[in-house]
Ligand binder design. Structure first.
Ligand code: PLP
Ligand code: TYF
Length: 393
């Protein structure tokens, strides 16, 4: 039966994670997989998460099945965190999913059941898992221009020229904030132009929100999504709690469809039906931790304070690396790192230079130059700047 079973192409990020773990060098530096790290290189369980977990263990009386959508308190709390009241709850249908990845997949499945011929437009640079997930759901993906490599900033002209080609009923996948891998986000003005364009062309935005709180702050990071939700009849959302609650391995996320009130029940049933075909009930523990935190004033304040510390640390790493690279290279080509947001930047390095950083300096980043800014600290910033400057020569 399995003689001709094809081996899937390995995920480059996960392969890099394993290569790093096996590298015996003392001074190795991990700028690969997108997880937050503190100054000591740890990915800690957040303080409010630990407290909420203890509370859940003490108070939970059953682990029997819930509904297919999962814990309603989690869905309501996340709906408020994402949408901030921009649309009435009666327009929102959502289901819990195992992480943001399966939220992306379930939204793609929803698109396919409604409109199999829909094209999903994806930024030319994007999370490496987007294309495989879209393809696995049987949908066609089409790239739109995103980054101007010369400036390390948004290719505004290219973006809008490409989005003008979008057809009615197509779907446009947008990173809610902290674009992976470029760190380049839309301004409020860009979001307003995108909303107007999609409304005019009759296309549906699909917002992937995996880093809310890591860019400019919890509300600012959701500003684009809220603007779209208030102006367009249909908006799709895949959200992850992996990063902003540090719940990576617990697999916490949700898939959401924002639709006219008359369609809400149909969408809720469709999403639940899709869950039933794959995992039926979403994992409960992580979502319960999230709703416990968001529903308790003290825990919520504790969580927000720690998330803000994390956000500011990444921002500080960005400023430190940009200025160290400016000093070491005598050029401004890395200055954009300080302007970009979230965990990642796409460093202007060739695959050979990336390979040399790995081989000669034990510095791990993705082959296209994607580097996790949260992986840096006061020790590794000057080491990386020196190494990068040396491979540029
Ligand atoms: N979408 C983007 C843009 C991501 O960077 C990630 C990675 O964390 C995800 C979705 C999925 O995250 P997870 O499945 O770990 O919640
Ligand atoms: O881009 C990253 O590094 C994170 C983690 O299949 C990740 O989003 C990487 C690969 C993957 C799922 C999550």
């Amino acid at each position: 039966m399995f003689e001709s079973l094809p081996t899937p192409k390995p995920d480059g990020i996960i392969a890099l994670m394993q290569a790093f773990a096996q590298d015996p060098r003392m001074g190795k530096i991990d700028l690969g997989v997108g997880v937050y790290r503190d100054e000591a290189g740890r990915t800690p369980v957040m303080r409010a998460v630990k407290a909420a977990e203890l509370r859940c263990v003490e108070t939970q009386e059953s682990k029997s099945y819930l509904s297919l959508a999962g814990d309603q308190a989690f869905l309501d709390a996340m709906g408020a965190l994402l949408l901030g009241g921009a649309v009435p709850a009666a327009r929102v249908a959502s289901v819990g999913t195992p992480g943001g990845t399966s939220a992306v997949r379930q939204i793609c499945e929803l698109i396919r059941s409604a409109r199999p011929e829909a094209v999903v437009w994806v930024s030319a640079q994007t999370w490496p898992n987007h294309a495989p997930v879209i393809a696995a759901a049987g949908l066609k993906a089409q790239p739109y221009r995103y980054m101007d490599p010369a400036r390390g900033a948004l290719d505004h002209m290219g973006l809008f020229a490409d989005l003008e080609q979008v057809c009615a009923g197509d779907v446009v996948l947008l990173h809610g904030c902290c674009h992976n891998p470029t760190g380049i986000d839309f301004s409020a003005q860009d979001w307003a132009e995108i909303a107007a364009l999609l409304a005019r062309r009759g296309a549906v935005p699909f917002v992937d929100m995996a880093y809310q709180g890591f860019g400019e702050g919890l509300d600012a990071d959701a500003g684009g999504l809220r603007h779209l939700a208030a102006r367009l009849p249909e908006v799709l959302v895949a959200a992850s709690c992996s990063k902003n609650f540090g719940l990576y391995r617990e697999r916490v996320g949700l898939a959401m469809a924002i639709v006219p009130e008359t369609a809400r029940a149909t969408l809720a049933a469709a999403l639940a039906g899709l869950s039933r075909q794959v995992f039926a009930f979403p994992p409960d523990h992580g979502g319960r931790v999230v709703s416990t935190i968001l529903g308790d004033t003290a825990l919520r304040a504790m969580w927000q304070a720690e998330l803000e510390e994390m956000r500011l640390r990444v921002e500080e790493n960005r400023r430190a690396l940009a200025s160290a690279l400016h000093a070491k290279t005598g050029s401004d080509r890395f200055d954009m790192i300080a302007q970009q947001r979230g965990m990642f930047s796409l460093l202007p390095l060739s695959p050979d230079q990336v390979a040399q950083l790995h081989a000669d300096h034990g510095i791990y980043m993705m082959g296209d130059g994607r580097a996790n800014m949260a992986g840096l600290n006061a020790y590794s910033v000057p080491v990386c700047a020196q190494a990068i400057a040396s491979v540029l020569r």
